[in-house]
Design a protein around this ligand. Structure first.
Ligand SMILES: [Zn+2]
Length: 315
C-alpha cells in the first residue's frame, strides 16, 4: 500500500516536516526498539516489522453523511495498540461515537477478540456529543481530554449544538478518571498528543509513529478529505483561523490521516488524497428513486457557529 521509505535518507522526512518533535521523542524512547521506520530488509528480501511499533486501526468508520433534517454524526472510532515503558500492551480508543452506534461498537470489538474491558485509555479528541456519548461503556479506562476543552464544557456558548450544557454532566461523571493532556503529552512510546484547536476550544489529535509512517488521528480538526485538500475546517465552533491552522499543522505531520467523519486516507505529495479502504454503508428506510429522496453534494462553504466572536474560555 505504501512504499517503504528506502534507506537512512528517508528518516528525516518524518521528523522535520513540521518541525515537530515526535521523531526526537521517538529516538529517546528507544530508536531501534520502537522507532524502526526504515523497514530494514532481510537478506531474503522480506520486510522486518517490529512488533513493538504502535499500530492504528479503524474500529468504526466515520461518515460525512448529512441531511436536511440534521446531522447523522457518525464519527470514526479508532484503536491504537502499543507497548508501554514496562513492556505491557496498552490499548487506546480514540473517540467512542454516539449512543446510536453502541451495538456496532460492541460488535466491532468482539470481532477483534476484545471486550469493553480491553480498553485502557479513551482519548476524547473533543467533547462533542457525537464523539463522547459512549464513555460509560468503558468504566475502567482513563479519559484523556485537553484542559481547555474541560474548561469550556462548564459554560458552553448558547449556540453550541456540538456541546450543549448537559455535556458537563457527562464529563463530570468521569472526573476521577480524567487526565488532561496537552501538546506533546506522550501516552505511549511513539504515541503523542497534538494540540489542534479551532473546531472546538480544546480539540486534540493523536500522532502515532507506525511502521507505515506517522498516522494522525485528527478527530474533527480534519473532518474529511475535502478539509485536508482545501485546508479549511468544515464546521467551526470556536475559532476559524485556529481551525484552519490546525488543519495545515496536522496535514504537515501526517503521512496517513484518520479524519473525524470520513475514511482514513493518505496525503499524496501533489496534495491529493487517497482512501486506505473502500466505502461501505447500508442505509435502510429509504429506497433508490423514492419520490422526495434527493442525493446531493455536501455544501462547499464551511459552517461557522453564529456568535462565534463571543467565544471565551470560562474562568
Ligand atoms: Zn465535533
Amino acid at each position: 500500500m505504501h512504499a517503504a521509505p528506502a534507506g537512512p535518507a528517508a528518516r528525516p522526512v518524518y521528523g522535520s516536516r513540521a518541525g515537530w518533535g515526535l521523531l526526537e521523542s521517538w529516538n529517546t524512547a528507544g530508536a531501534g526498539v520502537y522507532g524502526d521506520l526504515e523497514h530494514p530488509r532481510t537478506p531474503e528480501g522480506g520486510t522486518i516489522v517490529r512488533l513493538t511499533s504502535p499500530s492504528v486501526e479503524t474500529i468504526l468508520d466515520g461518515y460525512r453523511l448529512g441531511s436536511d433534517q440534521g446531522s447523522v454524526a457518525f464519527c470514526a472510532v479508532t484503536l491504537v495498540q502499543g507497548i508501554d515503558d514496562q513492556g505491557s500492551l496498552k490499548r487506546i480508543l480514540v473517540d467512542t461515537g454516539h449512543t446510536g452506534r453502541r451495538p456496532v461498537l460492541d460488535a466491532a470489538l468482539r470481532q477483534r477478540g476484545l471486550t469493553r474491558d480491553s480498553i485502557d485509555v479513551l482519548v476524547c479528541t473533543h467533547a462533542h456529543w457525537d464523539h463522547i456519548e459512549n464513555l460509560d461503556m468503558f468504566p475502567g479506562a482513563e479519559v484523556i481530554l485537553h484542559p481547555d476543552e474541560r474548561r469550556y464544557v462548564r459554560h458552553p456558548h448558547r449556540n453550541d449544538s456540538g456541546c450543549p450544557e448537559w455535556i458537563d454532566a457527562v464529563v463530570s461523571r468521569y472526573e476521577d478518571r480524567i487526565r488532561t493532556a496537552e501538546e506533546g503529552t506522550k501516552l505511549l512510546p511513539g504515541v503523542e498528543v497534538v494540540a489542534a484547536p479551532g473546531h472546538s476550544a480544546g480539540t486534540i489529535a493523536l500522532a502515532v509513529a507506525t511502521t507505515d509512517g506517522i498516522a494522525v488521528i485528527a478527530g474533527d480538526s480534519i473532518q474529511n478529505t475535502t478539509v485536508a485538500e482545501q485546508r479549511r475546517n468544515s464546521l467551526v465552533f470556536w475559532n476559524e483561523r485556529q481551525a484552519n491552522e490546525s488543519v495545515a499543522k496536522l496535514v504537515a505531520i501526517g503521512d496517513i490521516i484518520y479524519p473525524g467523519h470520513d475514511l482514513p486516507f493518505r496525503m499524496n505529495p501533489d496534495g491529493s488524497t487517497e482512501y486506505l479502504h473502500d466505502f461501505e454503508l447500508t442505509i435502510t428506510g429509504v429506497e433508490p428513486g423514492q419520490p422526495g429522496l434527493t442525493l446531493t453534494e455536501p455544501p462547499f462553504e464551511p459552517e461557522i457557529m453564529a456568535g462565534i466572536e463571543e467565544q471565551r474560555l470560562p474562568d
